[in-house]
Design a protein around this ligand. Structure first.
Ligand SMILES: [Zn+2]
Ligand SMILES: [Zn+2]
Length: 255
């Protein structure tokens, strides 16, 4: 295993997940997925202020209207996704984990998110023993196309970081027939409602469920899944994502 990791390092020298520059060995060994310049920009993006609570986004817990309605209590995220752009470092990381096979970017993001989750659980007086992870399952077609389910991989990496279980509590009934981004709020909820169901009712009962996705757009999917989980007996549900692309609450593009 270790030999294979060495060989892979030789064959595919570790490059920055955002700009592709080769990583310095110390950065790589510390599990960073970004070069120095992109890391600086990443840190800056995590400090962008929330327009509602005015805290840096990495500390913001604000939920979307949909989440609030379905009692998804808190939404923990690291950065704002910049809609319609390809260049920003956070956007590139989101693209990277959608097709990554090495897990380096996923592991890096899980490390970053684990800090936020620990802080969130402290704030909400939830002990790690009472928390479990689950994820929003990706459509089979997308999973087959890219060979990965980034929300599941992120949840698994978080489980290793936090030493808590990841449970496949949800499943898709069938692939979403329409892409969420072209729908209005009511249509999105309806669409999401027809897409997911609880797969395992027992193991999440009485627990605080950390519901993981890579990026949250309207929050309709998170809200629907939170409602399903609560109906199945989850005590509380917190949403966790790398990025928030909330079109309702962040209408203007960040600079
Ligand atoms: Zn870079
Ligand atoms: Zn906020």
């Amino acid at each position: 295993m270790r030999l294979w990791a060495r060989m892979r390092e030789l064959l595919f020298p570790p490059a920055c997940s955002a700009c592709g520059a080769l990583l310095d060995r110390p950065d790589f060994l510390e599990g960073r997925a970004l070069c120095r310049a992109c890391m600086q920009e990443w840190e800056r993006q995590k400090d962008e202020p929330c327009e509602i609570c005015a805290k840096p986004v990495r500390l913001c817990r604000c939920t979307t209207g949909d989440m609030e309605q379905y009692k998804c209590e808190a939404f923990c995220k690291l950065v704002y996704y910049m809609h319609g752009k390809r260049e920003p470092v956070q956007n590139r990381l989101i693209y990277a984990i959608k097709q990554e096979r090495t897990h380096r970017t996923v592991d890096f993001l899980a490390k970053e998110l684990a800090h936020s989750i620990r802080a969130l659980l402290l704030e909400k007086h939830v002990s790690l023993e009472n928390a479990v992870l689950t994820y929003v399952p990706r459509a089979t077609a997308a999973r087959l196309e890219y060979g990965t389910d980034q929300a599941r991989e992120l949840a698994r990496a978080l489980a290793r970081e936090l030493s808590i279980p990841v449970l496949p509590l949800l499943e898709r009934i069938f692939g979403m027939r329409r892409a969420q981004k072209h729908l209005n709020s009511a249509e999105r909820m309806k669409n999401a409602n027809k897409t997911y169901r609880v797969r395992d009712c027992e193991s999440g009962k009485g627990k605080t469920v950390l519901l993981v996705d890579d990026i949250v757009t309207s929050g309709a999917t998170m809200a629907t899944c939170a409602r399903l989980l609560r109906r199945a007996g989850a005590r509380r549900v917190f949403a966790v994502a790398v990025a928030s692309d909330d079109l309702q609450k962040e209408p203007k593009n960040k600079k």
